[in-house]
Design a protein around this ligand. Structure first.
Ligand SMILES: [Zn+2]
Length: 380
């Protein structure tokens, strides 16, 4: 089988759509108007991804406030925030360029998603001629909605964590029921968990093992056959062309990440300086048998934060190097991250989000072509 290839999920939202989100926040347009703009951008995403030959497509997350909040709020500014949440939660991340992103805070139980990702899958299936995937958020990110210290009256931390796992399971199962062929779980908080950033207290609490244990409570609810198509995505962040945890030694994460019983991993790598060491570590730590499923390492060969388009030959050579360290039947190709995980992102390094969409398509084409060349070279 040729080296499989899969995108993480998001694409830059066209400026027109970003303006529609802002207009909705300001009460200038209705929710139906916003949905119309989302649908138009989603259809365009699918059409353009299919034109590149991307085997499994998404809507570029055009309908989502962000990869981490689609389930909680209609917009990043907090319009349509779910019941039982307040806007002033923890920083989920502080990025290198100085901007930050904040999570809501849970004020009362029980914790329930407002929107399940299956809603997007159903709409996308009606538009797409290629199979559809969906990215969902992890229980470990939702865990950060609860105050770091103490307990909420009448809603214990244990009850809350059980609700996080239940809701994540429901989210994934409904995606498959709606026809998704793959579901990947975003886990950007993994690398950040070792950052020790005094401005962002949870990153100093050594939470990686808790994150992994909680996510494994989710994975153990699925059969090995199901987990073959359930992935984990890791990255050092990717927002406004900036990162949040690239300086954290990667091995602190990679030596534990594969303990999660996911069937595949979408692993940022293209933006690393010493990529061969990362391939080596993925070969060393990924497992042939993760409770019944072999873990496939999709290595990031495209950097979505840089406007410079990788060549297919570069992608091919990276995958050939990776294949020296990772068994080729467990090797895949991906992008380092979604191209725009948050709905408001003007892609500053690119000059504009509309231009960044064009660049994303060129980069995806290079990934596909490079993966095909590497497969040919390797005889798979
Ligand atoms: Zn990412």
């Amino acid at each position: 089988m040729p080296i499989p290839t899969e995108l993480v999920g998001s694409l830059p939202r066209p400026m027109k759509l970003q303006e529609a989100y802002a207009d909705y926040d300001e009460g200038k347009i209705s929710f139906e108007d916003l949905q119309g703009a989302q649908d138009e951008a989603a259809a365009d995403s699918i059409k353009r991804l299919e034109a590149t030959g991307e085997p499994i497509v998404t809507d570029g997350e055009q309908r989502e406030s962000s990869f981490a909040t689609y389930n909680l709020t209609d917009t990043l500014a907090g319009t349509g925030l779910a019941d039982g949440l307040a806007g002033d939660g923890q920083f989920f991340a502080i990025f290198d360029d100085g901007h930050h992103r904040q999570l809501p805070r849970i004020t009362k139980g029980p914790f329930r998603y407002k929107t399940y990702a299956s809603e997007f899958v159903a709409k996308n299936r009606a538009l797409a001629s290629h199979p559809v995937k969906q990215a969902v958020i992890s229980p470990s990110m939702m865990m950060l909605l609860y105050p770091l210290e103490g307990e909420i009256d009448g809603y214990s931390r244990d009850q809350f964590l059980e609700d996080c796992v239940n809701e994540a399971e429901k989210d994934i199962r409904q995606c498959f029921d709606a026809g998704a062929v793959r579901v990947s779980v975003d886990f950007t908080e993994g690398r950040l968990a070792n950052k020790n950033d005094a401005r962002n207290p949870w990153t100093g609490k050594n939470m990686l093992q808790e994150f992994i244990d909680l996510n494994n409570r989710l994975f153990e609810r699925f059969t090995a056959e199901e987990r073959r198509n359930i992935g984990i995505h890791t990255c050092p962040g990717g927002d406004c062309d900036s990162v949040h945890s690239k300086e954290v030694p990667y091995e602190l994460l990679l030596e534990h990440m594969f303990d999660m019983n996911a069937g595949y991993f979408l692993i940022q790598c293209a933006s690393e300086d010493d990529r061969e060491t990362i391939y080596e570590m993925c070969g060393k730590y990924s497992r042939e048998d993760a409770n019944g499923v072999g873990q496939v390492c999709f290595m990031g060969v495209i950097n979505p934060l840089s406007p410079e388009v990788e060549t297919a030959e570069h992608v091919r050579d990276e995958l050939l190097t990776a294949a020296k360290h990772i068994p080729v039947q467990r090797l895949g190709a991906t992008d380092d991250c979604g191209f725009s995980p948050f709905s408001r992102d003007v892609k500053p390094q690119h000059g504009s989000p509309d231009f960044a969409r064009d660049v994303a398509m060129q980069k995806i084409s290079a990934r596909l072509e490079g993966a095909a060349q590497a497969s040919q070279e390797l005889g798979v």
